[in-house]
Design a protein around this ligand. Structure first.
Ligand code: NAP
Ligand code: GFB
Length: 301
């Protein structure tokens, strides 16, 4: 009988992925192998969707590269080792398009992950994630474990971390625009607004993760992206319109910009799911803004 355990089940992605047991950090600190073994002993999962991670936007990463490396390398190493020891039939792990080399021929394709150093802004997180790809490969090679991994682009949606300092760009901007409107103060955006990103709505990532867990069985990772770039400035416009914000919008170029772009090629995904319909960024932003306003008191911020 299938028993799917989701690590990081209380987060942005975890709230959209199907599973029987959804863990948060209060259930166990996955950096501690003894706590990880106790969880696997208790639940004996047949499949694991490994989402748990120390996650943050460019601001959070720049400030704590060492913590992002340590926390994620410990969590990832422990989870895959526990999956081996407890004979988990299938393990699905999450990488990220931000782990690709900073200087590489675009568009990003799955075979380019290790072809150079990642962008300095998230150096620690990126290498910890790359080792997840390596560990999946070598555990598949030596133990014949069914380890798969997906490479999502920037994800956004309800139940995100809306913290202004450490959150990702969309939740941080939504929170800031909410406060600017409420307090009649300027809406401050980091950087020039020129950088480009591909954004995927969390509901779509949930559907694609559920699909991969049932249907994708290669140790080679698969990119999950819309392959549709938009500028940060365009996203700011969508958020301003969603709030009907009429105040000043200030682009503060003294604040971090991270990578300029990271365009990912979703041809592999399209070869499996040629008719998959992505939620438009316009619709996703509207839904997320509505959710945030409704859940302001309890949202992670
Ligand atoms: P999130 O909302 O921050 O959720 C992180 C989850 O991990 C939470 O359930 C959190 O538990 C748990 N966690 C963190 N540290 C832990 C620890 N030491 N022990 C146990 N659990 C711990 O993150 P997300 O955006 O859903 O990300 C999910 C996965 O997608 C991550 O692997 C991330 O690297 C990857 N990803 C995210 C994006 C993105 O744009 N968000 C893009 C590409 C890839 P608590 O809720 O209790 O803190
Ligand atoms: O989501 P984000 O912080 O991270 O996006 P990355 C950063 C981009 O948004 C930069 C601009 O170009 C910022 O200048 N931006 C504008 C802002 N205003 C803000 C703001 O208020 N907050 C934030 N955070 N950004 C992350 C990696 O890279 O990608 C993570 O660091 C993760 O590890 C994530 O993998 C998916 O897209 O630059």
């Amino acid at each position: 009988m299938n028993k799917v355990l989701i690590t990081g089940g209380t987060g942005l992605v975890g709230s959209m992925v199907k599973g029987d047991i959804k863990l948060g950090s209060k259930d166990a600190d996955l950096r501690d192998f003894n706590q990880v073994k106790a969880i696997f002993e208790k639940y004996k999962p047949t499949k694991v969707v490994h989402l748990a991670a120390r996650v943050g936007g460019v601001g959070g990463n720049i400030k704590a590269k060492g913590e992002f490396y340590f926390d994620n390398i410990m969590i990832n190493t422990n989870i895959l080792e526990a999956c081996r020891i407890y004979n988990v039939e299938k393990t699905l792990s999450f990488l990220s398009t931000c782990i690709f080399p900073d200087n590489v021929e675009y568009p990003l394709t799955e075979d380019k992950i290790h072809l150079g150093a990642p962008h300095l802004s998230n150096y620690g997180y990126a290498y910890a994630k790359r080792m997840l790809d390596v560990q999946s490969y070598v555990y598949n090679d030596q133990y014949d474990m069914n380890c798969i991994s997906v490479i999502p682009t920037n994800i956004f949606g309800p139940n995100d971390n809306f913290n202004i300092e450490n959150g990702h760009v969309i939740p941080s901007l939504i929170h800031k625009c909410y406060l600017a409107k409420q307090n009649n103060t300027p809406f401050i955006v980091w950087g020039s607004g020129k950088p480009l990103r591909e954004f995927i709505y969390s509901e779509d990532i949930g559907k694609l993760t559920n699909w991969a867990l049932e249907n994708y069985n290669s140790v080679d990772p698969i990119i999950l992206s819309t392959s549709h770039e938009v500028s940060i400035k365009f996203v700011v416009g969508l958020i301003v319109n969603a709030f009907n914000f009429k105040g000043d919008v200030i682009f503060d170029t003294s604040l971090p910009e991270g990578q300029f772009r990271k365009p990912a090629d979703n041809s592999k995904l399209k070869s499996y799911l040629p008719n998959f319909k992505f939620t438009s960024i316009e619709e996703g932003i509207l839904k997320t803004v509505k959710w945030f306003i409704k859940n302001y008191q309890t949202a992670r911020k």
